[in-house]
Design a protein around this ligand. Structure first.
Ligand code: KG4
Ligand code: ZN
Length: 349
């Protein structure tokens, strides 16, 4: 089955073509550079960029496979969550293609697709597995029991982990996106220089909160500034101490969840999965706790927003549960998977 995937939830316009699970085309056009000068994604710019790039991306994907549109069996598109103006461009394109080609269009949850993307990794974890999705927009723990059964067991109450990295980097004048800079600076800094809070770490649930940690960094920075100029070493030590606190919470909650749900594998998805300290701490802490846990990280290509994961999950859901067609639209705050989900799956008209 040939699946066309379309992803436009944020600042990446992505189109992919899969034959089964084999990736035939994987095209990503990012407007990240344009947003960098504003210190974050500007929704209006992102949606305009999607409008300009969606058709060229589709043409490039088709050209690289030498397929024409008539060979597409299924269209999978990101329904949400994401920026409304951005989502609408992808959904409109998918619906138009579906209507013109008389092919089914399946809406896909972007966050679940990140979590599912491990099924495309070379070391593919078997079900059941736990997925930690950590990006600039999301921080969730998802227990994936079987192909058709997934459950969100924890999420952030406020900022996403990546968002906290970005905001702390902004306070320290380190540029955007902040995660990679903080990661790099921290390697030669002292992570115990400042004892920042580990929010909710002692709570017996899998929820997260990063806004208090971010505020603690802001207050510490104000303290220093009120006494003397902030030196590069202060910045690096603050960055490293913040990163240590954020990673401690992510690691502790993820490992506790793996133990409670008795899963043999943990998949870490989303942009923050690239964090070197997070990788190191997870592996070290799992070993320290004597856990037999396979910890899987995506390639950089799969960790970033892409349409391959959308096509893969769309195809899996379509094959698992062919449902009657009903109408649906883009949903900024999509929440359809708050419980075991595929039973609820419906197709766009
Ligand atoms: O998944 P992603 O590419 O985009 C979405 O948010 O959907 O994630 C981007 C986020 C940004 O907040 C960025 O600062 C963070 O991932 N990030 C990192 C690292 N690389 C990217 N955070 C910590 N350490 C990194 N090495
Ligand atoms: Zn994403």
């Amino acid at each position: 089955m040939i699946t066309l995937g379309i992803e436009t939830s944020c600042d990446e316009t992505a189109v992919a073509i899969l034959d089964g699970t084999k990736v035939l085309a994987d095209v990503v056009a990012s407007s990240a550079e344009t947003h960098a000068e504003y210190g974050g994604v500007v929704p209006e710019i992102a949606s305009r960029q999607h409008l300009e790039t969606i058709l060229p991306c589709l043409r490039r994907a088709l050209k690289s496979t030498a397929l024409d549109l008539s060979k597409i069996d299924l269209i999978a598109v990101t329904q949400g969550p994401g920026l409304m103006g951005s989502l609408l461009v992808g959904v409109a394109a998918a619906q138009a293609l579906g209507a013109a080609l008389n092919k089914p269009v399946i809406p896909v949850d972007h966050v679940m697709a990140h979590a599912y993307s491990c099924q495309l990794a070379r070391r593919r974890p078997a079900f059941p597995f736990m997925a930690l999705v950590v990006s600039g927009g999301h921080t969730l723990l998802i227990y994936w029991k079987s192909l058709g059964e997934a459950k969100i067991i924890g999420r952030t109450h406020d900022d996403a982990a990546g968002e906290a990295f970005d905001k702390v980097a902004k306070m320290l004048d380190l540029g955007y996106p902040g995660g990679p800079v903080i990661d790099r600076l921290s390697r030669s800094a002292d992570p115990s220089a400042y004892n920042f809070p580990r929010p909710l770490i002692r709570d017996k649930n899998y929820h997260f909160s990063f806004s208090g940690l971010k505020t603690a960094v802001l207050y510490k920075l104000r303290d220093i500034k009120s006494q003397r100029p902030v030196k590069d070493k202060d910045k690096a030590d603050i960055a490293a101490s913040f990163q240590e606190a954020a990673c401690d919470v992510l690691v502790h909650k993820s490992l506790e969840a793996c133990v409670e749900y008795k899963v043999p594998a943990l998949f870490v998805a989303g942009g923050v999965s690239a964090n070197t300290r997070l990788k190191k701490l997870l592996t070290a802490e799992a070993a320290k706790r004597g856990l037999k846990l396979e910890i899987v990280f995506p390639t950089a290509r799969l960790a970033a927003d892409n349409a391959v994961m959308i096509a893969a999950l769309g195809a899996a859901e379509y094959n698992g549960h062919k449902r009657k067609r009903t109408s649906a639209s883009a949903r900024q705050d999509l929440e359809p998977y708050s419980d075991f989900f595929i039973q609820k799956k419906e197709l766009f008209v």
